[in-house]
Design a protein around this ligand. Sequence first.
Ligand code: ASP
Ligand code: MG
Length: 416
Amino acid sequence: MYKIFKFGGASVKDAEGVRNLKKILDIYKDEPLIVVISAMGKMTNQLEKVLDSWYYQPEFLKTNFETVKNFHLDIAKQLENNQEEISAALLPIMDRLWERLAGDNSNNYDKDYDDIVSFGEYLSTKLISTYLNLNGYDNEFACAIHLIKTDDTYREGKVNWEETEKAIREFTAKSSGKTIITQGFIGGTLGNDVTTLGREGSDFSAAIFAYCLNAKDVTIWKDVPGLLNADPKFYPDAVKLDVISYQEAIELAYYGATIIHPKTIKPLQNKNIPLYVKSFLNPSTEGSVISNVEHLENIPSYIFKTEQILLSISPKDFSFIAADNLTKIFSYISKNKLKINLMQNSAVSFTICIDNKPNRFTNLLKDLREEFYVKYNMNKKLITIRHYTQEAIDKVIGDQRVILEQKSRSTLQVVI
Ligand code: ASP
Ligand code: MG
């Protein structure tokens, strides 16, 4: 039974990270492993810049491309032994990328996005796989384009589970039994065009492999000791949650906890595959596990979302907020690809809290204002507390002015 490992960009942001990854793999060298790796460091953001300059600011294209190139070559250079061979493995890929960029874009931004940005994962896995092979850790390189099959919704590929399972099973059946190194985040259409699964989608890739192979477990290696009850950036007293149920993890991701990609949990829950979150800096420490348990811990969890817009929508014809009006409002929200973080209604007005996505928000306003009066406040903060207690509320809200509050038995949400 396979174990699936996922290493994110932060774990392989430099040569030391690559060495550390090998140390972790060495600990598990007797187990069948599939290792899913993201782009190194912030390379996905940098490749987004490359794409942007290709489309809109060609004068920066070359420099932006060279940042990507030099970043990888620098890491290769710092890796002892065989740096030449590692660079030699990367250069043809860089050349291919530059050839693409030297030509015209396709005018299909999202398709080009997947084509270009996916190079981040391709370069990182090529670099790491080559380094491992040259340093006594034999492995097999796999191209996720041929394994994770999606439709052609570029930048947000929808997984074709049947074809994906078939492709992954065929691949592993023929494989040598060595550890498989592959890319997170990327997939391919049935015609083998590159697609991506949405930003931060590598966790989801790991879950897809696990689901298709009935894996033993999944481990996400992170720069934190496990799943914390809050983002330490906002809440310095964050503590580790040792055991979390699938349901609780889904709820936390739904409310915006960013530690695990929200699509990751469901496939694992369906097959009852445990998900470990462990520290790549201290691989022998416990970490957290998400599995099929009753959620026992009554430690409150906090989710902070900043840059929220609070919108109040009321029908111009003074009608009540009811199914017909709500249908229209929801259809505009969905058309503009916005996600509601909180909603509440009164007889004549419907209030929602959404993330500030500038273009989408302006378009939403335009749509709504045909039939509704819309008032809004920018720059609000949304705090969600799961398993709230009075003490927890006092601690994070204090004397800040609450402008909207919603409470269920387990969850409190306030807009501040
Ligand atoms: N490299 C991709 C991103 O940064 C996918 C991932 O890291 O999960 O969005
Ligand atoms: Mg990343």
